[in-house]
Design a protein around this ligand. Structure first.
Ligand SMILES: NC(=O)c1ccc[n+]([C@@H]2O[C@H](COP(=O)([O-])OP(=O)(O)OC[C@H]3O[C@@H](n4cnc5c(N)ncnc54)[C@H](OP(=O)(O)O)[C@@H]3O)[C@@H](O)[C@H]2O)c1
Length: 241
């Protein structure tokens, strides 16, 4: 096989299982494969008989390492990070340079970018030898090549940094793991708490979380190992870095 088969997946590591898209991906995977188990580290509990859940600070290397040590022999065929934010108590996206705050920029990078390479580091002994997919949800606005509107400094740049991390992880794992598929995926605008406030002037289609989960899974299970290190749109189109 030159790609990951959803039916052969036994263990999934999911970050962001309480989010709009993360929860929909969790439900989609559990529905589509009745034997897979999901391991989820979250800030608030997730209840499901096939979800092994621990509650801790997600964006924390020691917390992630401790979580991983609770199932030392588990190998993942799928690792997916859906954690991300656009607005929090520090404020929302910057309209211009006058809105820049050093503290906010660092927080954008911490949650939207830094978590992914840390996750790749801590999961390295849990990668299935039969092949695995490692995905981070990025955003179209993280494309430097397709940036025509400006603004949103912290969110854009942190997603661009995430994309750079994804490319680097793909290159490293291509050498050590022949059957690795490392992807940054733009889920498409999706009705969630993240997008709610920013969707009023959107002219293109806004997807429901379950539509986006299905789209994301179609992209993941349609992609070949040769595509590792790509930034893909929800419909499978390659997005410029
Ligand atoms: N919705 C869209 O239109 C859209 C478009 C492009 C890209 N995306 C990307 O898709 C991903 C999922 O977004 P979503 O729409 O599902 O958003 P969401 O409903 O707000 O979910 C975001 C998830 O990230 C977690 N999270 C955020 N900040 C965190 C922090 N500081 N520490 C730990 N966990 C944190 C949340 O955890 P809690 O539940 O504990 O808060 C939640 O699980 C994000 O990476 C986002 O950038 C979304």
């Amino acid at each position: 096989m030159d790609k990951i088969d959803l039916n052969s997946i036994k263990h999934v590591l999911l970050l962001g299982a309480t989010g709009g898209i993360g929860q929909a991906i969790m439900n989609h995977l559990l529905d589509q494969n009745s034997s897979l188990v999901i391991h989820a580290l979250t800030r608030s509990p997730v209840e499901h008989p096939r979800v092994h859940n621990a509650v801790a600070d997600v964006i924390n290397e020691s917390g992630l390492t401790e979580f991983m040590s609770s199932f030392p022999s588990v190998k993942f065929e799928m690792i997916i990070n859906t954690v991300g934010y656009l607005e929090n108590e520090l404020g929302g996206p910057e309209k211009s340079l006058r809105d820049i705050s050093e503290e906010k920029l660092i927080e954008y990078f911490r949650a939207n970018a830094v978590l992914t390479p840390v996750l790749a580091k801590v999961v390295r002994n849990h990668l299935s030898d039969d092949g695995f997919v490692f995905v981070a949800l990025s955003a179209m606005v993280g494309s430097i090549g397709e940036n025509e509107l400006g603004g949103w400094y912290g969110y854009r740049a942190s997603k661009a940094a995430l994309n750079a991390f994804i490319k680097n992880i793909a290159i490293e794992w291509r050498r050590s793991h022949k059957k690795s598929l490392v992807l940054a995926i733009h889920p498409g605008t999706t009705h969630t708490s993240l997008s709610e406030k920013f969707s009023t002037n959107v002219t293109h289609k806004i997807h429901s979380p379950s539509e986006s989960a299905a789209n994301i899974c179609n992209v993941i299970f349609g992609a070949t190992f040769a595509q590792s290190g790509s930034f893909l749109n929800w419909d499978g189109r390659v997005i410029q870095w």
